[in-house]
Ligand binder design. Structure first.
Ligand code: ZN
Length: 269
């Protein structure tokens, strides 16, 4: 558990107008700031930020709270995840006491999904740049479409090998649990006559022979993937996306928003 001292420091340090201002274009209105609400659709700003009380309030949808509530709502973060996000923003060192087991479980579970996605993204990028199949099929495709290596690396693009279980096996070999491979949707269990085969049977990779596009949340962590197949295959869908998970909510995610958000806020457009 994050210590009370650390939590107090975070609350003393955060400025609501800074935190919101990273995501919403704010204009000064008297002592307050006003902007378009990120939680509901509106054309006339009714999203109010009060620097004196260090809180926000939307008079359109009624959402309101402090900086931690704002990050929790925006990123679907848990309370400790939001605290860590803000601590990082303000370079506050986190002190933790021995956490209670329930919290560890929840945190570790979601954290495991993020970590596995990050491992997957690195694996797919290695396939793209260092593997013969990846170079021949994936990298040549991106170059053909006019993507520079710089763009490819910035967006962390990659390639998933055409094997049935290449990624799952690689992940398990590197100590990742099959439970999380299934929960992220990177793989799924083999089935026979409609029955899921459990145990140490091989998992099947969801993404096979595809160029890979990681989907980032607003703070840049990978929450899911989209994959495009390049070989002609009438049985396979041209595009496959990760299923929803504890960290990926399709209707609340937009591809590329992490890279675009700064410009969106700056240009207020
Ligand atoms: Zn609102």
């Amino acid at each position: 558990m994050i210590t009370k001292e650390t939590i107090d420091r975070i609350f003393e340090t955060v400025r609501i107008e800074d935190v919101v201002g990273d995501f919403v274009q704010l204009k000064k209105r008297g002592v307050n700031y006003l902007g378009l609400c990120p939680f509901h659709n509106e054309k006339t700003p009714s999203f109010n930020v009060n620097p004196v009380r260090n809180i926000y309030k939307c008079f359109g949808c009624g959402k309101g709270g402090n900086a931690v509530n704002f990050i929790m709502e925006l990123e679907h973060y848990t309370y400790p995840e939001a605290l860590k996000f803000l601590a990082k923003k303000y370079s506050i060192e986190i002190e933790e006491s021995v956490p209670d087991p329930k919290e560890i479980e929840l945190r570790d579970e979601r954290e495991s999904l993020y970590i596995l996605n990050s491992f997957a993204s690195k694996t797919f990028a290695e396939n793209l740049f260092d593997n013969e199949e990846g170079k021949a099929i994936g990298l040549s495709y991106f170059h053909e479409r006019g993507f520079s290596d710089e763009t490819i690396r910035k967006f962390e693009l990659g390639y998933s090998l055409a094997d049935w279980s290449a990624f799952s096996e690689h992940a398990i070999k590197n100590g990742y649990k099959s439970e999380f491979i299934i929960k992220t949707g990177l793989g799924y269990p083999r089935q026979k006559d409609g029955e899921v085969i459990t145990g140490n049977e091989k998992l099947i990779d969801r993404f096979r022979g595809r160029v890979m596009f990681p989907i980032h949340n607003l703070s840049g962590r990978i929450i899911a993937f989209g994959g495009r197949i390049l070989k002609k295959d009438d049985k396979a869908a041209k595009y496959v996306n990760s299923p929803e998970s504890d960290i990926y909510f399709k209707s609340k995610s937009l591809y590329g928003i992490f890279f675009a958000k700064k410009a969106i806020v700056q240009k207020d457009n």
